[in-house]
Structures are given as C-alpha cells and as structure tokens.
Design a protein around this ligand. Structure first.
Ligand SMILES: Nc1ncnc2c1ncn2[C@@H]1O[C@H](COP(=O)(O)OP(=O)(O)OP(=O)(O)O)[C@@H](O)[C@H]1O
Ligand SMILES: N[C@@H](CCO)C(=O)O
Length: 310
C-alpha cells in the first residue's frame, strides 16, 4: 500500500487478439505509460511526451475521469493531484493505449482512495470501461493473458514464461478501435463460429507447447476479424509476406490495427526487425519483449516497485 504525497504509476502497452484470439488473448509489451503523481491544490496534467499534448490538462482528462468514476463506485472523493505523464505507447495504433490509460486511472483511484483493490477487482472494473479483457488484462497482469468476459465476472489466465519476442510494424496513420470494429459482422453462422473457435483453440495450444509454425498457421486462418479489417490496412498482405520472409513464425494485425505484429522466437527479434526496417522504410519497426510485471505503483522516493495485492 502506497502512502505519502507522491508516487509513480507504470503501465505496459499490449497487443490484442494475436490473430484468432479475438477479444480474448492479449500480450503485454515493454513500452510504457508512466505517471508521476503529486498532491496539489487542483487537478492538473503535465504532458511530458509530445503526443499527449492534444489532451485536456485539467480534471476532464481521460485518466482522471476514469479514476474519479472508480472512486465514486466506492463512495470516495479523491484529493486533487498534479499528473506528469509520459508515454512510449503510440495512440490509436493497436497497441492498447486506451487500455493502459484505463488501468492507470484505476491504479490512481486505488492509491488516492485507499481502495486496496485486488487484481481481479481491477480487472472487473476495467471491463466496465473497455468491454473485452485482452488489452486491459495484459496491462494489469503482464505476460500473455487469455480472458473470457461473462455476465458478472471475467476469468483470466496469465502466463509469464513464453520465449517469444514481438516485432511491431507501426504505420504513421492512426486507426481508432471504434472505426475498426465498425467493419465487423454482427453475427456468424454456427458453422463459422465453431471453426473460428477451433482455430483459436489450436493457436493457443500450439503457442503454449511452442509449436511455432502451427501457431503461425492458425494466426493466418483467423475468421473473426482480420478478413474484414484487412481492407482498412494499407498493403497488409504484402507486409505479412515480408514479415514471414524475414523470420516471423506468425503475423497478425495488432489489436484493432493498423500496426502489424510478427511473433519471433526469443533471441531472433532484433535481426528480424532490422531486416524489416530496411524493406518497410515508411513504418516504425520495433523489436519488443513481453512485459512480465503488468501495472506497478512505486513511491517516488524510489524504493523497488511494490506489487499490487493479489
Ligand atoms: N495516455 C492517454 N491519455 C488520454 N487519453 C488516451 C491516452 N491513451 C489513449 N487515450 C485515448 O484512447 C484513444 C485511442 O484508443 P483506441 O482504442 O482507439 O486505440 P488503442 O487503444 O491505441 O488501440 P487498440 O485498442 O487497438 O489496442 C486515444 O485517441 C485517446 O482518446
Ligand atoms: N480485441 C479488440 C482490441 C482492440 O481494442 C479489437 O480487436 O477490437
């Protein structure tokens, strides 16, 4: 439990779906949203990253608004603070920026309101803001998460020892999740639903048993969203082909896009990313690893990170 007048919140980015795990599978990435929090006379936001300058700098800021809504659920009022925010997570590129902001807001409310929430409670609250557990689950728990949202409860399995690196190809253009969900069908036939579920099942089983090529084949066969979203992504098929050729064992749209991820066996990511940056000069190509910690809160006096209550 953090007390005192200043502390830091650190939340990882994430990639969702990994192809066929639509709205269910997420992977935490080592790009971070970081917020220095200090008690103040009024709510105030200081953006420390250029991309964050577009947002309101008062209490209408999204992260503060999430924190206040969470506190209200528990009949608490939060003391005003100054938030100095920096972020390595590009906005609206399919790398879970909104989920990281939601998780940061929940962590903020947890500390300032002395709520002492468990990870499961944070997850159940986060689901009210973003209806699927893939990105928020990964940002909260770290590692690979497989989640299922049910009526009143969300189940999560998180796995922290997958020997995989992630090469992310990020275009300059943004794509809002709302727009990318608007092209999806309202329903599937029973036959398609069964096939799509079986592809997702084999994918996750192959990934966990490290049958990389089988996992990659299943990523390509996703039926839930990629066939419909591809047309929103410039040169998707060409980029997918280049990523396989460069050494990725599996390629997929990252979350709702427009970024594309290549999954690579641990140790080979940098070489694959270097090769891809040469052939994709208009994209920002990064070699990332899996964040294993999930969201963290630490006192600014800089004692080692304190884990949240389990
Ligand atoms: N640090 C932040 N501060 C305030 N608002 C943010 C922050 N990060 C994200 N957002 C809000 O979330 C929006 C992006 O959310 P969106 O769901 O469209 O994309 P994403 O979360 O980056 O991608 P995906 O959900 O596909 O992984 C931004 O345009 C902004 O409104
Ligand atoms: N599963 C979500 C992730 C982005 O929020 C989607 O693909 O729309």
């Amino acid at each position: 439990m953090i007390s005192g007048n200043s502390f830091k919140i650190k939340v990882p980015a994430s990639t969702a779906n990994l192809g066929p795990g639509f709205d269910s599978i997420g992977l935490a990435l080592n790009l971070y949203l970081e917020i220095m929090v200090e008690k103040s006379e009024r709510w105030q936001v200081i953006p420390l990253s250029k991309e964050l300058e577009v947002f309101q700098n008062d209490e209408s800021h999204f992260i503060i608004s999430v924190a206040k809504q969470v506190a209200k659920k528990y009949y608490k009022t939060l003391p005003p603070c100054r938030l100095s925010i920096k972020s390595e997570i590009p906005l609206a590129r399919g790398l879970g920026s909104s989920a990281s902001a939601i998780v940061a807001g929940i962590e903020l409310a947890d500390v300032l309101g002395a709520l002492n929430l468990t990870s499961q409670q944070k997850l159940d609250i986060a689901i009210d803001f973003e209806d699927h557990p893939d990105n928020i689950g990964a940002s909260l728990y770290g590692g690979l998460v497989i989640g299922s949202k049910n009526d009143d409860h969300t189940e999560i399995v998180s796995i922290h020892d997958l020997p995989v690196e992630i090469v992310v190809m990020i275009p300059k253009e943004e794509l809002l999740t709302k727009e990318s969900r608007a092209v999806l069908p309202d329903s599937f036939s029973f036959e398609v639903a069964v096939r799509a579920g079986s592809i997702s099942n084999v994918f996750i089983a192959a990934l966990l048993s490290q049958e990389w090529n089988k996992a990659g084949r299943m990523m390509r066969k996703d039926q839930y969203h990629q066939p419909f979203r591809k047309r929103l992504i410039t040169d998707y098929d060409q980029i997918e082909g280049l990523a396989y050729k460069a050494g990725a064992f599996g390629v997929a749209l990252s979350g709702a896009g427009p970024s594309i991820i290549g999954l690579v066996e641990a140790g080979k990511g940098k070489e694959v990313a270097d090769n891809l940056s040469l052939v994709l000069p208009k994209m920002n190509v990064l070699c990332l690893s899996i964040d294993k910690a999930g969201s963290l809160v630490e006192p600014t006096a800089s004692i080692p990170y304190i884990r949240k209550a389990l």
